[in-house]
Structures are given as structure tokens and as C-alpha cells.
Design a protein around this ligand. Structure first.
Ligand SMILES: [Mg+2]
Length: 235
């Protein structure tokens, strides 16, 4: 039994800036200041860290406390469905995502979950818009931890629990594979004791991804090398 954890943005889907726009509006609602996401890197980050960076860079201050973060994220979750709707069908699901997820779930030998910096509710809003939500029952999320390594560990633990419930055995962290598009996915996977796969299809900085030395780098989720590596048939 293997645990396979997927990043969302840049790996499974591109929401074409809808997430950034929703968070931008939420930050404006709560802080009263526009444009606080300008120059803030989202790729490979986590929702809480993105908010911290926006406040630090544009308002020169930290969060006033966990309740301010909660208010910003609540506002974000209210804006996100509208911003996704405004995409009017241009939301992009990367090639192979549907097929690979279906094939993995069908083997009965893979526990398929998420390792994403999105807060859990935001993750499922995006996945529902992409028609991918039904594949996922567990994960590690930005709502578990601001630190990506910690949320990957939570995803692995939940995958271990799911495997134990299914087959009575808890896989080791080394039997977990984390699939993502940035060096931050790779670094967090490694720190959590998991295997790291880098996917180039939605990767904005292939050099940084290469420097992080993933255990495997593939062109897309359709790449036969990835399917062989995960021991799943169909490519
Ligand atoms: Mg990503």
C-alpha cells in the first residue's frame, strides 16, 4: 500500500489567478488596503504564510492574532467560488490528472490524498470546480499548518490511518510519494521522509525544481514514467 499525495495549484489545476484575486479581495475587505498581494509569491507557499507575507510587505506589520487570519481566510472562502465562476470554463486541469487519479484509486493499492498549502475548504472549492474532488478523502492542508513540511506530515499520517482502516497496515513515510510543481513541494516531502516527484507541466521555475533534486521529474501527469514509478497501469 502506497500513499500518494498531490499538490493542487500548478500540479492538478491552474485556476488562472482566481485564487490570488479572491485572497486579494479578502485582504482588502479586512485590512482596508488594496494590492497587498503584489510581489508576494504564491507558488509552493501556504495560505497562512501568504497572508503573513502580504501584511509584512505592504503594511509593515504582523497578523494581530489568529482571529485576524481567520477573518481574512473566511472572506477568501466567500470570494473564491465567485472568482472561479468568473473564469467561465477557463479553469485548466493539467493533462493526465483525471486519468491518473482514477487509475490510482482503482488499484486498491494506493491511498490518494492531498498535500497542499490551500486551507482545506479552499482546496475542495477548487477541486470541485475542476471536477476532481471525488478522488480525495484526506490530505494535509494550509489549515493544518503554515509550515509545508508539517502539513505534508499530517497528510502522510492521515494516509497511514486510511491505509490501516483499509488493510490493517500503516505504510512507512518512505512509502509515501508527494507530487508537486515547486522546489518547496520537494523540500517538504524530503523533510517528511517521503519520496518527491516534480512535475514540469505547470512548473513556473524548472531550474529551481531541478536544483531541489526530486527523486523523479516528469513532464506531466500523463508521463508513462510516472505511471510506471507509481506501479499503475494504463499508459
Ligand atoms: Mg503548486
Amino acid at each position: 500500500m502506497k500513499i500518494v499525495l498531490f499538490d493542487i495549484d500548478g500540479t492538478l489545476v491552474s485556476v488562472r489567478g482566481a485564487g490570488r484575486q479572491a485572497l486579494q479581495l479578502a485582504l482588502q475587505d479586512i485590512t482596508g488596503v488594496a494590492g497587498t498581494l503584489e510581489g508576494v509569491r504564491l507558488a509552493g507557499s501556504t495560505d497562512p504564510v501568504i497572508v503573513e507575507h502580504a501584511l509584512a510587505q505592504h503594511l509593515g506589520r504582523a497578523l494581530s492574532g489568529p482571529e485576524e487570519l481567520a477573518r481574512i481566510l473566511d472572506a477568501y472562502l466567500a470570494h473564491l467560488p465567485r472568482e472561479l465562476e468568473a473564469l467561465a470554463g477557463t479553469l485548466h486541469v493539467y493533462p493526465g490528472a483525471h486519468a491518473l487519479l482514477s487509475a490510482l484509486v482503482a488499484t486498491g493499492r494506493h491511498m490518494v490524498g492531498l498535500a497542499t498549502g490551500n486551507v482545506e475548504a479552499g482546496a475542495f472549492i477548487k477541486l470541485r470546480a475542476a471536477g476532481l474532488d471525488a478522488h480525495f478523502g484526506f490530505g494535509g492542508y494550509g489549515s493544518d499548518a503554515a509550515c509545508r513540511t508539517t502539513l505534508v506530515r499530517r497528510g502522510i499520517e492521515r494516509g497511514q490511518d486510511a491505509a490501516y482502516a483499509a488493510v490493517g497496515r500503516r505504510p512507512e513515510p518512505a512509502e509515501a510519494v508527494v507530487i508537486g510543481d515547486t522546489e518547496r513541494d520537494v523540500e517538504a516531502a524530503r523533510a517528511a521522509g517521503a519520496v518527491a516527484v516534480g512535475v514540469l507541466a505547470g512548473c513556473a521555475d524548472p531550474d529551481a525544481l531541478a536544483r531541489s533534486r526530486p527523486d523523479l521529474t516528469v513532464s506531466s501527469l500523463d508521463d508513462p514514467e510516472l505511471w510506471r514509478f507509481l506501479e499503475v497501469e494504463g499508459r
